[in-house]
Design a protein around this ligand. Sequence first.
Ligand SMILES: Nc1nc2c(c(=O)[nH]1)N[C@H]1C(S)=C(S)[C@@H](COP(=O)(O)OP(=O)(O)OC[C@H]3O[C@@H](n4cnc5c(=O)[nH]c(N)nc54)[C@H](O)[C@@H]3O)O[C@H]1N2
Ligand SMILES: Nc1nc2c(c(=O)[nH]1)N[C@H]1C(S)=C(S)[C@@H](COP(=O)(O)OP(=O)(O)OC[C@H]3O[C@@H](n4cnc5c(=O)[nH]c(N)nc54)[C@H](O)[C@@H]3O)O[C@H]1N2
Ligand SMILES: [Mo]
Length: 759
Amino acid sequence: MSNKRHVPGIHPYNGPAGGWGALKATAIAVKNQMDTLVAPKALLNTNQPDGFDCPGCAWPDKDHHSTFQFCENGAKAVTWEATSRRVTADFLSKTPVSTLLTRSDYELEGYGRLTQPLRYHAATDTLQPLSWEEAFGIIGQTLQRLPPKAVEFYTSGRTSNEAAYLYQLMVREYGCNNFPDCSNMCHEATSVGLPQSIGIGKGTVSLDDFDKTELIISIGHNPGTNHPRMMGTLHEAARRNVPIIVLNPMKERALERFADPQNPIEMATYQSTDIASSYYQVKAGGDAAALKGIAKAVLEADEKSQDVLDHQFIEDHTLGFAEFADDLRATSWEAIEQASGLPRESLTRVAEHYANSQATIITYGMGITQHQHGTENVQLIASLLLMRGNFGKAGAGICPLRGHSNVQGNRTVGISEKPAERFLQALDQHFGINSPREHGHDAGAAMEAIIRGESKALICLGGNFAVALPDPERCFPALKELELSVHIATKLNRSHLLIAKETLILPCLGRTEIDQQSTGKQSITVEDSMSMVHASAGKLKPASPSLRSEIAIVAGIAQATLPNSPIDYLHYVEDYGRIRDAIEATLPGFNDYNERIQHPGGFRMPLPPTQRQWPTPSGRAHFLVYQGLNEDDALTAQGALRLITLRSHDQYNTTLYGLDDRYRGVFGRRDVLFMNPDDMRAQGLEHGDVVDIVTALPDSDSTMKNITVIEYAIARGSVGAYYPEANILIPLSYRDQQSGTPAYKSVPVKLLSKVQEPA
Ligand SMILES: Nc1nc2c(c(=O)[nH]1)N[C@H]1C(S)=C(S)[C@@H](COP(=O)(O)OP(=O)(O)OC[C@H]3O[C@@H](n4cnc5c(=O)[nH]c(N)nc54)[C@H](O)[C@@H]3O)O[C@H]1N2
Ligand SMILES: Nc1nc2c(c(=O)[nH]1)N[C@H]1C(S)=C(S)[C@@H](COP(=O)(O)OP(=O)(O)OC[C@H]3O[C@@H](n4cnc5c(=O)[nH]c(N)nc54)[C@H](O)[C@@H]3O)O[C@H]1N2
Ligand SMILES: [Mo]
């Protein structure tokens, strides 16, 4: 890497993650976005017992009443919502939609908070204010005219339990189960895969388990950026000498070393703590092979000594072990090494650590789920844990890192295109409605139905549906053909600007803001990654007096759409405790809901596997066989690279807080491709060369132009680029076969060099 050419905006970052750099970045975020008088109030109320839940991530808080836990990216999420900038009617009247569409995603949200309900006017090509009643009237009339199955109801996972529940109730009374959801692009592989393995589609560990664990295996997630409060937990474990084994194609600084801003000595002495005890750079898409390799080594060790597997647990609690073991024996080390990119010795070393640990936690994120075989990846993690009885004992279990701060809660309270019959019966009985039984659309199926012209309207409760999904070249034009497009949102984004025949934008309160209804100030509830349900109450003055809560907006739409409903939706808006009572009456696990959220930290949803109870049809946990090792071996053999599309440090999904990715050494730009130096040499490329990236799939040749390749510590054969820009390279049909999760993390691509070869 010597004599490397200078590339603007690319400088290696040599410090640890966290530390003073994180404090400085927080100060800048606050200064850029917020009134300095409001900022302390906002930040000091984050994750406090009577404050609001951080909208940044779904990692739990210890007891939820600790002192203020510093977190750079949590602070960015809070200041971004509590910004003092506003989108005004005056600005919109002077800025046609065609002009707004030329702005970047960063600029669009950067205009600040939406302040009034808006409707698109074709004559002037502008968004103009209208009253809430007019907006609800238009939506109600259109929905009454359309067949319910032709309407898609999207949810993004920031929505509260209460808003999500009222929304699903309205949609089911209206007559469909079309619930595309951000979770379909995220942890659907977990929601579909884990119930088959252990009977429930959620993680099984608590923070206490991290205090007691003897080994953490961290696969395919980047907590320094995306789950920053998890860094405190990993830091503590590392300082107790708990081995932390990382499997990730990219070197991520926070997984290498971290200075905890909560630790005064580390801060004062500029020291940091090594996080990973071993770091294995698995190939993108090579996790199934790596996991099978570890499991095979465990099996081989047990065949010698008979004491590595938990034979009693396997016998008492599981089915399918013999078939699983046969498949491992039939899989050659050579194939495993080839598909994972990791040598047998490394995988055997992981197996040795695993065999020596009496309590192991495996954590994972999008690097596992967003693949064509994401569901099988998740199931292999569960099977590996089952081999040594790592469920239902202290310090052990599976830990999927959820995305949005309430995505798990949304699913619990009924956002599902394939609802359980039990739940529909409870709804019908409690509310006197007839819920439809026919399954509806998930996110991918919803977009396909829109593209085919079968779905005619889209209602979005938050999010940036079109930009988050793959394949904008097909999705964007299709959305413009809709009869109605409605967005309940805090900030302007590109999905709002894909103008349909009728387009409405409805501005809502964020989680940081006071929600005043006729019976008083309201709180909402959320469920974190560890199934803890707790209350959240905003503390700041709303960004505009015209904002309504998501719950009030859903109720307004319901009332206008279902005038003869037996349900008095507005009654629920007066007091959100009434929605919680209805949740309690129709869903298991919410007994004494209103009472139990009074306790700091709230309560935990039932997790039978933590008691070694398996709610599968057989009543046992299942070892599941996946005979494959990798996706598209044939394409990789033809020289395609695998593209990972990922988040920068200054990003929240499609929201960009800034243009830096500090820990990966990228500043002020996003048009880069992370590449292994050996792969660059093999392709005749140099650090700083410009290429076009082309999708190497049989039915797609999308191109992303003018991307600068930069040397990075990434596995050979894998390259990385930022989401959402790189979504252009991913066909909508390129999804996990079982769960429908888009395979955002292993897209076969080729590079077309733009440098002239010397003659
Ligand atoms: N600040 C911030 N916080 C967030 C978000 C955000 O955008 N910004 N998003 C939220 C949401 S919705 C989600 S889902 C989570 C996402 O959190 P993560 O799961 O951390 O998501 P990504 O940034 O996509 O990163 C995935 C990691 O997986 C690795 N990886 C990629 N491909 C593979 C592979 O094939 N195998 C393995 N083993 N690893 C791989 C990448 O190198 C990267 O380190 O974070 C949530 N929190
Ligand atoms: N290539 C690629 N694509 C991906 C991914 C990837 O890793 N790679 N990750 C996928 C994942 S994991 C996810 S979860 C999806 C994310 O998909 P989404 O959840 O749809 O997207 P976000 O970017 O989180 O949505 C941002 C918008 O939400 C609105 N918003 C913010 N706060 C609130 C609120 O409190 N209430 C309401 N009503 N609206 C609010 C704002 O208007 C903002 O513009 O993207 C997916 N797409
Ligand atoms: Mo996500």
